[in-house]
Design a protein. Structure first.
Lengths: 125, 174
């Protein structure tokens, strides 16, 4: 009986602590994607400023209420604009920012392909 | 004449990137909250500073023609500088109500601050942990937000109210 109680308590403790660790990791991930507006190049996760501390409290509250990461970003963006998130959402204003790396990748691949083909062609001749 | 397509493409890309960087140089990187003008304020519940059982919410603000929401603290020195403008506004303009939100402050210090400089506020609320300030997009104090009866933000003042800002508020509420 004692062993059963021990296993039960151990499981409850283990599950609670792993759940809490998971939440902490998720919260840290959210803080890292938020810009501290009153600091120089720091995220909310890195900053100890008053502003960062308040944002952490609000994010924590919303997270505990069950809001998703995107809902939290949406709320903060509505209050502080796109500037507060490091990874902005896709929109017509920033489509170049999202599309350019892929365009450069494709362009690079085409250049390499053409060069390889040209070299092969020269070798055959 | 043989046209080298690769060179043309590379040249176009260089021009394209240079033009992006050129545009980037013209962008103002200073953060401001002008984009909030025209937005509606969030729902909120604000406890009274000297009596935590009394509250106001956005519904109370909707009854006023104009409301100026001012975030202040006793430890904030620029708040002292703007106080005379708030007192003038409260004494001279009856169409505007002023709500003071005491930000991350001690109750006694805030009461002393108001006793010493005068109380321009129709309601003084407390935001001891700063969470309410986030609902209003505040990132430092003093900050003030002017809203109309539709609860739409018509002006946001970051920093202390000065003569220039005071005149602008008067113009807006005429």
């Amino acid at each position: 009986m004692r062993i059963k109680i021990f296993i039960f308590v151990f499981n409850v403790f283990f599950l609670t602590s792993s759940y809490s660790n998971e939440n902490q990791t998720k919260l840290l991930e959210i803080y890292k994607n938020l810009r501290c507006l009153v600091c120089q190049g720091q995220s909310i996760a890195d900053s100890n400023s008053d502003f960062a501390a308040t944002i952490k409290l609000v994010v924590q509250d919303q997270f505990n209420e069950g809001k998703t990461e995107d809902e939290i970003y949406e709320f903060l963006t509505s209050k502080y604009g796109e500037w507060i998130v490091y990874q902005p959402t896709f929109s017509k204003n920033n489509f170049l920012l999202w599309a350019l790396p892929y365009a450069v990748l494709i362009f690079g691949a085409v250049i390499i392909f053409l060069l390889v083909r040209k070299t092969k062609h020269n070798n055959v001749n | 004449m043989k046209i080298n397509i690769s060179k043309i493409i590379i040249f176009s890309f260089v021009i394209f990137f240079l033009s992006i960087f050129w545009q980037g140089l013209k962008i103002n990187n200073n953060y401001d909250t002008k984009s909030l003008i025209g937005n509606q304020i969030s729902n909120f519940q604000l406890a009274k500073l000297d009596n935590n059982t009394q509250y106001i919410s956005e519904k109370d603000l909707a009854e006023n023609t104009y409301t100026l929401i001012n975030f202040f603290a006793s430890w904030c020195s620029p708040c002292r500088n703007e106080h005379k403008y708030l007192l003038n506004l409260s004494n001279e303009k009856k169409q505007i109500k002023i709500i003071g939100i005491n930000f991350k402050d001690k109750k006694n210090n805030a009461m002393n601050f108001l006793n010493e400089l005068g109380n321009p506020y129709d309601f003084v609320g407390t935001d001891s942990d700063g969470k309410i300030s986030i609902l209003f997009g505040i990132y430092g104090i003093p900050e003030s937000i002017l809203v109309d009866s539709d609860l739409t933000i018509i002006k946001k003042i970051v920093g202390p109210i000065n003569q220039f800002q005071y005149d602008k508020i008067l113009k807006l509420i005429q």
